[in-house]
Design a protein around this ligand. Structure first.
Ligand SMILES: *[C@@H]1O[C@H](CO)[C@@H](O)[C@H](O)[C@H]1NC(C)=O
Ligand SMILES: *[C@@H]1O[C@H](CO)[C@@H](O)[C@H](O)[C@H]1NC(C)=O
Ligand SMILES: *[C@@H]1O[C@H](CO)[C@@H](O)[C@H](O)[C@H]1NC(C)=O
Ligand SMILES: *[C@@H]1O[C@H](CO)[C@@H](O)[C@H](O)[C@H]1NC(C)=O
Length: 527
């Protein structure tokens, strides 16, 4: 035991030089097909790095992969699972260690994949794909330690720059910073450029911190962890930052109210900057909703109140109150701020839910022939009556509302919204012989996102829908056996992002979910 720990410690100290000399860059490795190929008609490559080049070894995850070989019958489906599920552990755990000022505070720097930076949203989701295997464990080589390291580093990032979404390696790691490409962005408030990779205010980034926290808590009941270090202070920042983004555009006397966050940059892409010189489209007063300047795709919002992100924020605030309760119960001298904070979060959750119900559900014509109206969730609204009716592949999406835990899959408004998402009524639903899936403006029309197909399966109970969606996923990896960011809906050879760790992990998570819910779907051919 001790030897393993010591070896890990030494190898993490030495990680950067020895690792990079002998191991290929996964951004290149993942573009080429490696042998042995799977035995099915898609002859999928084997894309796991050699064991010495993997960035984290978990015997629990490796065991889960082995045990699924007797559950998944199709050789191509199994290969896709085998490559994708461990992808975050294999490739993205760039550094682990402890805080310089606190040797008990674990830290883990998890890159999104092909960019050497850590997104709050991506890293939370990257970890979440292993949630079903997570158990309480204080040892430094456990999945639990990795979760703690991610939560602690996210808390540090949020306390440092709460309006930002993606961050540089911590200074303790001595890792090189990701180049930010000489950005011309003018962003307020100013942030710490040594710590931040990108500073787009995305409400779901803050929710993701609560989400990964609650995931760890629900699996381990480790309330002591949340009472130490900076977690409670970071939660206070999440709440304060959320509230700060509720200011309406106009004051009662008609003057324009200052917004705590603005963003502008020179760009040819409309989705890379904000309207109205950096404040975005106007937001009405009194909606109870929080503005998000950007979407989970990192594209700017068209209208300020992004409904999926408000749903996720409401749900995650509610979950986090359970953590605070447990910290209060288990600590002999709890932080005196916890009780009012918990109270405030509960009230905030209720007002967000009310705001979503009042402003996020809008009438649409059910059929063009008649004038029947039905109620559906809008993607974005402004509180003045305008709504954007669409869905985007990235999570949180409207499609993912039950996965977020905001509502139940049988919710009638959700079911109507879901039916529209997979129809020509959704301006970002891509159709074609290679992949039928939701896409989005981030890569643009014509490009379908496998991630949205995975979420379609996770939010379905219909065997036929799940089977046909899985069939498309298995057949659309261009022989590489990894989940790409987007795939041309009519040509699977045309795809983007060879190394998108989160989407890979989500595929694995979905397969483990099917093993519990629909094992017969794994015991059939996808040839
Ligand atoms: C917004 O609406 C509330 C009532 O909902 C009102 O009290 C307040 O004065 C309005 N204006 C601003 C700028 O908050
Ligand atoms: C969780 O932890 C708390 C405090 O340590 C304890 O009182 C409670 O019984 C635990 N619950 C479970 C389900 O283990
Ligand atoms: C998708 O692929 C087709 C066929 O290769 C091509 O004509 C089309 O331009 C591609 N679409 C996009 C959005 O790249
Ligand atoms: C995808 O197809 C489009 C249109 O033909 C082309 O411009 C683009 O370079 C292709 N991308 C890849 C990765 O093959």
């Amino acid at each position: 035991m001790k030897r393993v720990t010591l070896r890990f410690f030494l190898s993490s100290l030495l990680a950067s030089p020895s690792f990079s000399q002998s191991c290929p860059d996964y951004a290149d490795y993942s573009k080429e097909r490696h042998k042995p190929y799977s035995a099915g008609r898609f002859a999928l490559a084997y894309q796991r790095p050699d064991p010495p080049c993997r960035t984290f070894i978990s015997s629990t995850v490796d065991e889960a992969i082995r045990s699924m070989s007797s559950v998944i019958t199709d050789p191509d489906l199994y290969r896709l699972f085998e490559n994708t599920f461990p992808n975050t552990l294999d490739t993205a755990i760039k550094w682990r260690g402890h805080a310089r000022n606190n040797p008990k505070e674990e830290l883990a720097f998890v890159v999104t994949g092909d960019i050497n930076a850590m997104w709050l949203r991506d890293s939370a989701n990257q970890m979440k794909s292993y949630l079903s295997l997570l158990v309480a464990d204080s040892s430094p080589d456990s999945l639990a330690s990795l979760f703690r390291g991610v939560i602690n580093l996210q808390a540090r990032y949020i306390l440092n720059s709460p309006y930002c979404n993606a961050f540089q390696p911590p200074e303790e790691s001595n890792l090189e910073h990701a180049p930010t490409g000489g950005s011309t962005a003018q962003i307020s408030p100013p942030y710490d450029t040594a710590a931040v990779f990108e500073c787009k205010f995305e409400l779901d980034s803050l929710a993701s911190f609560l989400d990964i926290s609650y995931s760890y808590f629900s699996a381990t009941n480790d309330s002591a962890f949340f009472g130490e270090h900076q977690w409670v202070s970071a939660v206070q920042y999440v709440v304060n930052t959320g509230r700060s983004m509720m200011v309406p555009t106009y004051r009662d006397d008609g003057s324009v109210a200052p917004l705590p966050y603005t963003f502008q940059q020179e760009t040819r892409r409309a989705t890379e900057t904000l309207a109205n010189d950096g404040i975005g489209s106007p937001a009405a007063n009194g909606t109870g909703l929080i503005r998000s300047a950007f979407r989970p795709s990192d594209d700017s919002t068209m209208l300020p109140f992004l409904i999926p992100s408000n749903m996720m924020f409401a749900k995650c605030l509610e979950d986090a109150t359970a953590i605070l309760d447990s910290v209060l119960d288990s600590s002999s001298s709890p932080n005196s701020n916890i009780f009012p904070l918990r109270h405030d979060m509960w009230a905030f959750t209720q007002s967000l839910r009310a705001g979503i119900a009042e402003h996020g559900i809008v009438p649409v014509l059910s059929k063009s022939r008649d004038r029947d109206v039905e109620m559906v969730y809008a993607y974005e609204v402004d509180g003045f009556g305008s709504a954007i009716l669409m869905d985007d592949a990235n999570l949180p999406s409207l499609l993912a509302a039950p996965l977020i835990g905001y509502l139940s899959r049988d919710d009638s408004v959700y079911q109507r919204t879901r039916a529209r998402i997979f129809s020509s009524k959704n301006p970002y639903y891509m159709r074609g012989p290679a992949l039928n899936a939701v896409g989005g403006p981030h890569v643009g029309p014509g490009m379908a996102w496998p991630m949205a197909s995975i979420v379609r399966i996770l939010t379905s109970d219909d065997d036929a829908e799940m089977e046909s969606t899985l069939r498309e996923l298995v057949s659309s990896t261009a022989g590489l056996g990894l989940v790409h960011e987007s795939v041309n809906s009519s040509d699977a050879q045309n795809w983007t992002r060879q190394w998108f760790s989160w989407a890979n992990g989500l595929f694995g998570q979905m397969i483990l979910d099917l093993a519990l819910r629909k094992p017969h779907l794994l015991d059939q051919s996808y040839q």
